[in-house]
Ligand binder design. Structure first.
Ligand code: FE
Length: 172
């Protein structure tokens, strides 16, 4: 089975139809995030990261661990420019809560609830360390699309729309 087949199977599976406390299913949410990244003109690896950022949830990882667990799984097929924003998108929420006035107010109730489970806002020292990571900027971009991709009025493209982009990146 190729990586694309494995990922397609997760998007087609029952986990993608869960709601996880948001007004859209997790599969819709992930496809909305990918579409937002593409509409913003993001490069292909960052579109893939936005599309796949919650793949850990599809694999039943916990709220606190779904970034790192998803990234580890994706590393079988994708490089760091895809896996690092996925790994860091939970930390990016904690980072933005610490560094950007007004960010917390934008979070959905479910994102506020899980923030506590994920460690709460970063300390200034943690935020400085995060900001120095080479993929911090991309992780923050994924985080903003993540926060926006919860609109029940939007019907995002299906997984098949994104498959060629993923296939072009999955070099291993
Ligand atoms: Fe998400």
């Amino acid at each position: 089975m190729t990586g694309i087949d494995a990922i397609a199977g997760l998007f087609a599976g029952p986990g993608a139809r869960d709601y996880l406390g948001e007004p859209v299913t997790i599969g819709e949410h992930m496809r909305q995030a990918g579409a937002l990244a593409e509409a913003a003109g993001a490069p292909a690896p960052l579109v893939a990261a936005a599309l796949l950022h919650d793949v850990g949830h599809l694999r039943n990882e916990s709220d606190a661990r779904h970034g790192s667990g998803g990234a580890r799984w994706l590393a079988r097929w994708f490089g760091a420019e895809v896996t690092e924003p996925v790994r860091l998108h939970v930390a990016a929420k904690r980072y933005l809560c610490a560094t950007e006035p007004g960010y917390f107010a934008l979070l959905s109730p479910e994102s506020v609830r899980t923030l506590a489970l994920q460690g709460g806002p970063m300390t200034p020292e943690q935020a400085a360390a995060f900001g120095a990571l080479s993929h911090a900027r991309d992780a923050v971009a994924v985080r903003r699309w993540d926060d926006e991709a919860k609109d029940p009025a939007i019907t995002p493209p299906g997984f098949a729309y994104f498959a060629p982009l993923l296939a072009g990146l999955a070099g291993r």
